[in-house]
Design a protein around this ligand. Structure first.
Ligand code: NAP
Length: 335
């Protein structure tokens, strides 16, 4: 069976996902596209044979030809589209964040549980990254013993003026928030945020870099650096310190050069290339899951947990205090 997919949002990542769904992955075809910018939706749809443009995301979700939905609009619109997809009983892949507030994410969790079916997957693609998977297997296999600490960094060469302080947590560090608790099978209980001296390459509305410190239920201490004007490249680092050894996230493959008196490798410049393979694996997995009705990727609960943690980080940054991370017990539906 070929899954008939409707995509809402033809911005940057929307176009990337449309290209991989239409030309790279198997088992799906795009039958519907919608965007608030109708002209752009028409332009993108013109490159996807068989894709019809819908005037609104709501109309696309209701269309009988649409069997599953991909939401790649900006965050504020996610809740309404995901709730509409749940109401229509259709699997929905929603780019992160699931929604922009923890309350909105909880409404999605409650709607999904009430529907009685796993329909929602959140776009936390690091869980599909080859390096992160290898790192997780090393930890799960007990190779380094019990994890004690994690040191990690999320660095970006530069960001535009529109990127302000809160985004370092809710748009950028949110990937670490999800990936690290998945990596060590643990949940967070508290957050602190430190603001070192600002780089001269930032602007008035952006504290850069910042350090986020998370503590887990199991007592693991995590320090995460977010440095979005680091200049030199897009660089994701993760080192897990265990009782018996240390495991590092593998570096992306890159040719080692001996040239002009130097030994060097290239460092990528953006997230698109760094995670290109994991987006492919993530969406291929989702196609299969949506076709068989067995969604098993990052869940609405994971999206909710990430939102609660991000809120705590923002509070910790604002107050300078340690903020508690409190959620209701995980519903059995998500076990
Ligand atoms: P973007 O380039 O701004 O694209 C968003 C698109 O949605 C735009 O075409 C926008 O139209 C459209 N839109 C806005 N409101 C809409 C509505 N109510 N109904 C239909 N379309 C609407 O943003 P992006 O960078 O692609 O990001 C989209 C989402 O993906 C965000 O949630 C972002 O956090 C996430 N993302 C995830 C990753 C990842 O690594 N997983 C990477 C990048 C982005 P206008 O331009 O006319 O407003």
């Amino acid at each position: 069976m070929t899954l008939q997919v409707g995509v809402i949002g033809v911005g940057m990542i929307g176009q990337e996902h449309i290209a991989r769904l239409a030309r790279k992955l198997t088992g799906a075809r795009i039958v519907a596209i919608s965007d608030i910018n109708a002209k752009e939706a028409e332009r993108v749809a013109a490159g996807v044979p068989g894709a019809k443009v819908y005037a609104s995301g709501e109309a696309l979700i209701k269309a009988s030809e649409v069997q599953a939905v991909v939401v790649t609009t900006w965050g504020q619109t996610h809740e309404a589209y995901v709730l509409a997809a749940i109401e229509a009983g259709k699997p929905v892949f929603c780019e992160k964040p699931l929604a922009t507030t923890a309350e909105a994410c909880l409404r999605i969790v409650q709607a999904e549980i009430a529907s009685g079916r796993h329909l929602v997957q959140v776009g936390f693609q690091r869980r599909y990254d080859k390096g992160y998977r290898a790192l997780k297997k090393t930890i799960d296999d007990g190779v380094i013993g019990a994890p004690l600490m994690i040191h990690c960094a999320h660095r970006n060469p530069s960001v535009p003026e529109a990127y302000v302080s809160d985004m370092a947590i809710i748009d950028t560090f949110i990937h670490e928030i999800d990936a690290l608790r998945w990596l060590i099978n643990d949940d967070y209980v508290s957050a602190q945020v430190f603001t070192p001296r600002k780089t001269r390459h930032t602007h008035a509305k952006l504290d850069d870099p910042i350090i986020v410190v998370l503590r887990t239920k199991g007592g693991v201490h995590i320090d995460g650096e977010v440095f979005v004007n680091c200049r030199y490249g897009y660089d994701i680092q993760c080192q897990v310190v265990g009782e018996e050894g240390i495991a590092n996230l593998p570096e992306p493959e890159s040719v080692l050069l001996r040239r002009e008196g130097r030994l060097s490798t290239a460092i990528g410049q953006d997230w698109k290339m760094r995670f290109i393979d994991s987006y492919d694996v993530e969406l291929q997995d989702w196609i299969k899951a949506a076709t068989t009705g067995k969604i098993s990727g990052p869940s609405a609960w994971d999206g909710y947990f990430a939102a609660v943690t991000a809120d705590a980080c923002l509070e910790a940054k604002r107050t300078g205090e340690t903020a508690s991370i409190v959620t209701p017990p995980r519903p059995a539906f998500y076990d």
